[in-house]
Design a protein around this ligand. Structure first.
Ligand SMILES: Cc1cc2nc3c(=O)[nH]c(=O)nc-3n(C[C@H](O)[C@H](O)[C@H](O)COP(=O)(O)OP(=O)(O)OC[C@H]3O[C@@H](n4cnc5c(N)ncnc54)[C@H](O)[C@@H]3O)c2cc1C
Length: 454
């Protein structure tokens, strides 16, 4: 899918100024890119981090996706640690993160009523009440502040307001990237490149194979002046009346998960992860304009309904929509291995696992494009089938991918070799040294079985 094309014109050839000459360039400062940049820098590489917007965080801040989940296997085993844990600790110290203490992670109605509206329930479990698990509600500005601190402390060169536009490829290597800025086009030379754009912009430009996927898009928003205690009391004391009203609310917004509002660390401010809008292409400017109008129309209709009908929402006001459109899936790499739905569902363990999320494992090969020696991807556009990506794209696992990619590029620089020739055991060992779980030791519920030959 693409925008309507009316004609073509030829642009002029030009001399592009080189503004950075570095070991590693990371494109995209979302959860995956930030983690990749920090991890590579801490492993001794000179890193330049490129971001199109002024803020860091991608969907986690600009996209206002405000719960970290998919962090736990089988109820209690926290599998996304390393930089993820560091982020959570730092945000918590700034009153920007809320999560249940271990003793509250139980399966009973008392804990469910205490934690469900924070989003700290196991959404994958059928039956009520769902177990309370380690998930983290956070504040988007805390995310931005922590990101900037980590970048500064690691000595990373940060280039915001720089929109990646083109990969320069010579002999199976990306030797540099071109970004668009207000000053015109600028070039960055690098020995290793990490594509963390979420939409596979770099790998696609470099000629790597990819599939085009799609999922619902969402104009996420927040409401303020909500009496959350009153809303929760109504929900738990009048379950039937609540269900009827909540069904109507979800009809008005036109598509939402079971819980369309969740609490945030800011009192009286709730996060609305809706509406669900299918059929939009997250790469198309024309589609994004339509989605912007459609999302804003629906969110104002919901606000009106909530103010008139929902106890606790009588005085609610629109705090605002997210700065970035909520894009879940666009291009997906077709790399050295393509993770399948079966792999994710059956919890297949891979000997070359370098990171994990919830109960699934990500092989190193799923971060590597075919045929390009010095490019690695991290984040929601990794090498995975569309249906499998929908189950394996949450923020913490994307950060774990980034952390592993950062280690991998540092190892490749040290060994002066192609990324596919890096010793995977050395990546796994270093991930453990950084406090992360590379998934090299399968949990008891993992599937350990070779993949049948095609
Ligand atoms: C509406 C919605 C709800 C979600 N709910 C949850 C949830 O509850 N919990 C959860 O854990 N996950 C959730 N997710 C999934 C999660 O937010 C994403 O999968 C995750 O943020 C992906 O991280 P990423 O770093 O790969 O990509 P992104 O977060 O998309 O970051 C990509 C970064 O690259 C930058 N970039 C892109 N293109 C360029 C370019 N050409 N030049 C320069 N910079 C560029 C972007 O600005 C951005 O900063 C949700 C996603 C959406 C959309």
């Amino acid at each position: 899918m693409t925008d309507r094309i009316r004609d073509f014109l030829t642009a002029r050839a030009e001399q592009v100024p080189v503004v950075s000459d570095t070991d590693v360039v990371v494109i995209g400062a979302g959860p995956a890119g930030l983690s990749a940049a920090v991890s590579a820098a801490r492993n001794g590489a000179r890193v330049t981090l490129v971001e199109r917007y002024h803020h860091l965080g991608g969907m986690a801040s600009g996209g206002m996706v405000l719960v970290l989940d998919d962090m736990v296997n089988d109820g209690t085993e926290i599998v996304t640690t390393g930089i993820v844990s560091e982020f959570v600790d730092r945000m918590q110290r700034q009153d920007g993160a809320v999560f249940p203490p271990p003793e509250d992670c139980q399966t009973n109605w008392e804990m469910w009523q205490k934690w469900a509206r924070w989003g700290c329930i196991d959404f994958h479990k059928q039956g009520m009440p769902q177990p309370i698990i380690h998930a983290v509600a956070f504040d988007p500005d805390a995310w931005k502040r922590v990101s900037l601190d980590l970048v500064a402390e690691a000595g990373i060169e940060l280039r915001t307001h720089s929109w990646f536009s083109e990969a320069i490829v010579e002999n199976n290597r990306v030797t540099g990237v071109i970004v668009q800025t207000k000053l015109g086009r600028q070039a960055i030379r690098a020995r290793m490149v990490v594509d963390a754009s979420g939409d596979l912009d770099v790998a696609a430009s470099a000629g790597a194979s990819f599939a085009t996927g799609q999922f619902i898009v969402t104009t996420v928003f927040r409401l303020m002046d909500v009496d959350t205690a009153r809303a929760e009391a109504f929900e738990y004391e009048n379950p039937e009346a609540f269900k009827a009203l909540d069904r109507q609310a979800r009809r008005v917004i036109g598509g939402a998960w079971g819980m369309w509002w969740l609490k945030t660390p800011l009192p009286g401010v709730v996060w609305c992860n809706c509406p669900h809008m299918p059929g939009y292409d997250g790469l198309s400017p024309e589609h994004m304009v339509e989605a912007e109008y459609e999302g804003r129309r629906r969110m104002m209709a919901l606000l009106e309904f909530a103010r008139a009908n929902l106890p606790g929402f009588e005085n609610a006001r629109m705090l605002g929509a997210a700065e970035q459109m909520g894009i879940r899936q666009t291009r997906l790499l077709q790399g050295e291995y393509i993770v399948t739905k079966d792999d994710v569902k059956k919890r297949r363990h891979f000997a070359d696992s370098v990171c994990r999320g919830r109960d699934y494992y990500t092989p190193y090969r799923a971060l590597l494009p075919r045929g390009i020696d010095n490019l690695i991807v991290a984040g929601r556009h990794y090498s995975v089938e569309s249906e499998a990506q929908k189950q394996s794209r949450e923020i913490p696992p994307c950060m774990a991918q980034g952390e592993a990619a950062g280690v991998a590029v540092a190892k490749a620089l040290q060994a002066n070799c192609a990324l596919r020739d890096v010793d995977v055991r050395a990546i796994q060992k270093q991930m453990r040294a950084q406090g992360a779980d590379p998934g090299d030791m399968p949990s008891a519920n993992a599937l350990i079985e070779p993949i049948a030959a095609a």
